[in-house]
Design a protein around this ligand. Structure first.
Ligand code: FAD
Length: 469
């Protein structure tokens, strides 16, 4: 019996582990491991867990229709898994296990321990690249090192993709008669998923991808920074759970344009670059294990005197900073589990460079709220914003939350949606509403919790002292 272990790759299409397992005849079953304790340790957001389990339900039904039974194995943490899997392997008569590689340290250690334990049972493990277009380790400098900044990585990535090429694989054909599937809802494992904003299913992910490519990709460079516009693909939860593969995204982009964009200025290039950012952070995570262990990419920045102020942190979390764009973004995250990329950059810069609070707190909070929480992208984004990461930008780049709001939410549509206290503030005052509110005798919105000009200088000083202690 061959066993395919699904993880962050909850799809039938373009799934290398499933395809390889299906390439040979013989009995085949599938597996998903539920480890609630581990998920909690990793601060997995409830919305992400429920989204994942809803997709798992759909996947289980899809596999059953192909005659493949999905087994669920429940363990509290990864530590119990090698033994539990060895028992299951024994009970099912498994000879080979197939899975797509993980990239995070705990997951890599888990997979190593599973491989070793299953080898004792005579079960061979086969690992594939399912989470990146190009496998981590494929895109390196001339001297065999991982790139430390994005632009040369992206050039080398495009060249490597030209050399390697890739194909997209369809869902496997049926392996036998359809099987019955008892939904995870009726077995009490999860509750019904009725989030109209993020329906599950591979078809839904592909529908979004094609809609974006038809209607959005050419305007993406102009629209992508404005949170009030539907200017981005909103595919991140689907990519994070592996409901769609990054290769499917690149292939569909190529199909839409008739070629693969290769350089700045070409249609579709900016969106492809975002997919390459995703790859960059994933490749980096594998090469720099410390990133999974709370360590900064630039080791010298470990000495920065970050604050851990719980009061200021709570104001940021709850959207009570007195900076409308920051507050709107945080309230949107808390209410929906998603945040626009421009806003992620603004609030991360505000936490680290205006409040001087450790990026680890922000990273963890994002993880505990985001439907698309992904260690590589989240850690990469936070370290980029904090000035501790793989980034060519100088440390004195500090976003001004007021001008960012004025520039990227000029009519205040986004702010008014989430900061309802400001709904009737006239446009010219919206991103600095305090004087106007005072003149009207209104005190329902907090005063700015910091003077941005002064806070910026403190942040710059923190970094300058690092250079010249
Ligand atoms: P699009 O703009 O349509 O981009 C397409 C895809 O490319 C995205 O779905 C995503 O998979 C990838 N992508 C886009 N931008 C980035 C980026 N900067 N870094 C890495 N991948 C990118 N993304 C996550 O998927 N999970 C996270 O936990 C996460 N945390 C972040 C934290 C911070 C502080 C910052 C600044 C960014 C973070 N991002 C994260 C990246 C980015 O904000 C989201 O991927 C993006 O907003 C998702 O929207 P979209 O699907 O419409 O993206």
């Amino acid at each position: 019996m061959k066993l395919v272990w699904f993880r962050n790759d909850l799809r039938l299409r373009d799934n290398p582990a499933l395809r390889h397992a299906c390439a040979e005849p013989g009995e085949l079953a599938a597996l998903f491991v539920i480890s609630q304790g581990q998920w909690r340790q990793h601060h997995m957001a409830d919305i992400r867990r429920d989204f994942m389990l809803a997709q798992l339900d759909t996947l289980g039904a899809g596999l059953a229709a192909l005659g493949i039974r999905l087994h669920l194995l429940e363990v509290e943490t990864f530590a119990e898994l090698p033994e539990a899997l060895a028992r299951l392997g024994h009970d099912l008569g498994v000879t080979h296990l197939y899975a797509n590689q993980a990239i995070e340290v705990d997951e890599l250690r888990r997979d190593g321990a599973v491989s070793a334990r299953l080898a004792q049972e005579g079960i061979g493990c086969h690992w594939f690249n399912g989470c990146c277009v190009l496998p981590p380790g494929r895109v390196l400098t001339g001297s065999g090192e991982m790139f430390k900044v994005f632009t040369p990585f992206s050039r080398a990535w495009l060249k490597a993709l030209d050399e390697d090429g890739f194909v997209i694989h369809r869902a496997p054909p049926p392996r036998g008669k359809p099987l019955a599937w008892t939904s995870l809802v009726s077995s009490g494992l999860t509750k019904p998923w009725d989030n109209a904003h993020w329906p599950v299913g591979e078809e839904e992910a592909e529908r979004r991808l094609h809609l974006f490519l038809e209607q959005g990709v050419l305007d993406y460079p102009a629209a992508r920074d404005f949170p009030a516009l539907p200017g981005t693909s909103c595919l991140s939860p689907y990519l994070a759970a592996g409901i769609i593969s990054p290769r499917q995204c690149v292939a569909a982009l190529q199909q839409r344009l008739g070629h693969r964009p290769q350089a700045k200025g070409q249609p579709g290039y900016v969106w492809l670059s975002e997919l390459i950012w995703r790859e960059f952070y994933r490749h980096l995570l594998v090469k720099v294990p410390g990133l999974s262990m709370n360590l900064p990419f630039k080791p010298e920045t470990a000495a920065l005197p970050w604050s851990w102020d719980p009061v200021a942190f709570a104001a940021w979390r709850e959207g009570r900073t007195g900076f409308p764009i920051v507050d709107a973004a945080m309230r949107c995250l808390n209410a929906t589990g998603w945040m626009h990329n421009r806003l992620r950059m603004i609030v991360a810069s505000f936490l680290t460079k205006d409040l001087h609070i450790h990026w680890r707190l922000g990273e963890e909070y994002f993880m505990s709220k985001l439907i698309d929480g992904d260690l590589a992208a989240n850690n990469g984004g936070w370290q980029w914003a904090a000035g501790t990461g793989a980034d060519a930008a100088p440390y004195f780049r500090v976003f001004n939350p007021t001008t960012q709001g004025q520039r990227f939410d000029p009519q205040g549509e986004f702010v008014r949606t989430w900061v309802t206290e400001l709904i009737d503030v006239p446009e010219p005052y919206l991103h600095q509403p305090h004087e106007w509110l005072r003149a009207k005798g209104r005190d329902g919105y907090p005063a700015p919790m910091v003077d941005h000009g002064k806070a910026r200088l403190v942040a710059i000083d923190m970094f300058r002292h690092l250079e010249k202690p």
